[in-house]
Design a protein around this ligand. Structure first.
Ligand code: NAD
Length: 432
């Protein structure tokens, strides 16, 4: 009998990375540097180098053709000293435990850098969502949720969307959790549809945050906003909304890409028209009102702002020397490998690090959690003005730390974050 095609499955061997490609090592390299500058005591350094909890679950799912496939799901709670763990769920074939660990650690630092009362977590399922039907994705989401249900809860661990997950899946997570609890618990997950306890402005929040920090960086470099040239890699939630928001500010978005390739017009794209095209045709490459460009060339275009908003490890020691941007705004988590940092710094490129650049999403997730728990919902203007205040002041705080210590924005952001997490550990003491 022929074996069914394996569409996900348990692949522990995927956790073997080549040297610098391991995102957890990339995160740790920056952590160690920041901890050194902070003179962090060795005991706390040890504590903060370890994730609190790592869960691996088998996720059996009946496919539409009647066969059963077993997918692997992860949930990592990196640190919960400052509050409930907060972090998205990713559905992707590239998901590995080390990636989820790194993403959970980044969430810890991200929540701390913008001073939210949250710890950090992340989850992922190894699967290829593009090849699955909505019904299969619903069964996968619900079974994964029930697999990790013990850690979930508004006071313990609150997921959100990430790569290839969206508000539809968040609704299924909320429903599955609520059915187990026997009452509706909206605050267990953020990034939900507005009709069921989601927040206005959440979907746009990460891109809006990228726009706000880019505006601050332009101000810092004494560059005008209007006419600023922008290149965006990745055209999902973060990439497309960053592009739209930057266009709205008068910036010129020259090139955007998705995993199949990119489009380029040096005079500037009509981003709204591109978004309409993607809604209808799913991919950018069939867009005819611009030149085609591949993802490798896109990264090295001459531009004022480069926004990597796809996945990790796209800027490395191999291509960092060829990047011709004045500012890199890290919309994605971990787009720059640690070995590229000194090359970008040497070239005088101002890198707005992921934990600050894309913190707009978790900030409005925090607003959503607050609104769900209070049962009182804010208008869009309130959401956006509070977001703007938090992101602008966090940027200024990190920039001030960078100036004081004569370090990059990245290491300064880690220092601000680690200092806040460490302060709470000291106050709480060690439970024995
Ligand atoms: P998404 O699934 O909506 O979009 C991902 C995009 O990247 C798609 O357009 C996809 O085609 C593209 N892509 C994938 N591989 C690529 C490649 N090799 N080259 C070029 N493009 C590629 O995901 P998203 O939510 O926009 O997340 C993107 C990044 O932003 C991730 O690193 C995620 O962790 C981070 N992030 C997301 C949020 C959020 O609120 N969604 C918040 C903070 C950080």
């Amino acid at each position: 009998m022929a074996h069914p095609v394996i569409r996900g499955g348990i692949r522990p061997e995927k956790d073997t990375f080549l040297g610098g490609e391991n995102p957890f090592e990339s995160m740790m390299a920056r952590f160690d540097e920041a901890a050194q500058h902070l003179n962090l005591e060795p005991s706390l350094r040890k504590v903060l180098r370890h994730p609190e909890k790592q869960i691996i679950v088998a996720v059996p799912v009946q496919l539409d053709n009647g066969e059963v496939e077993v997918f692997t799901g992860y949930r990592v709670l990196y640190n919960t000293a400052r509050g409930p763990a907060k972090g998205g769920i990713r559905f992707d074939l590239q998901v590995t435990l080390d990636e989820v660990k790194a993403l959970a650690a980044w969430m810890t630092w991200k929540c701390a850098v913008v001073n939210l009362p949250f710890g950090g977590s992340k989850g992922g399922v190894v699967c290829d969502p593009a090849s699955m039907s909505m019904a299969e994705l619903e069964r996968l989401t619900r079974r994964y949720t029930s697999g990790i249900i013990e850690t979930l809860g508004p006071d313990s661990d609150v997921p959100a969307p990430d790569v290839n997950t969206n508000e539809r899946m968040m609704a299924w997570i909320m429903d599955t959790y609520s059915m187990h609890k026997r009452h509706t618990v909206t605050a267990v997950v953020t990034g939900k549809p507005v009709a069921m306890g989601g927040s206005l402005g959440r979907r746009e929040a990460t891109g809006r945050g990228c726009m706000i920090v880019t505006r601050e960086a332009l101000k810092q470099l004494d560059l005008p906003v209007r006419g600023t040239r922008v290149v965006v890699q990745g055209f999902g939630n973060v990439g497309s909304i960053s592009a739209l928001q930057m266009e709205e500010q008068g910036m010129k978005v020259m090139a955007v890409s998705d995993k199949e390739g990119g489009i380029y017009n040096p005079k500037g794209l009509d981003v709204k028209d591109v978004v309409r095209h993607v809604k209808e045709h799913k991919v950018l490459k069939s867009y005819r009102k611009a030149e085609q460009i591949d993802n490798v060339d896109l990264l090295t275009l001459e531009t004022d702002v480069l926004v990597p908003a796809a996945l990790e490890n796209v800027i490395t020691e191999k291509n960092a020397g060829r990047i011709r941007a004045k500012i890199i705004c890290e919309g994605a988590n971990g787009p720059t490998r640690a070995d590229a940092d000194p090359i970008l710094q040497e070239a005088g490129i101002l890198v707005i690090p992921d934990i600050l650049a894309n913190a707009g999403g978790v900030t409005v997730s925090y607003f959503e959690w607050v609104q769900d728990r209070g049962g009182f919902f804010w208008d869009l203007e309130t959401v956006n003005s509070r977001l703007e205040r938090i992101i602008t002041s966090s940027y200024q705080e990190v920039a001030a730390m960078a100036r004081r210590a004569n370090l990059s924005l990245r290491i300064a952001a880690y220092m601000v974050a680690i200092d806040r997490v460490a302060a709470v550990h000291r106050l709480r003491g060690m439970y024995a």
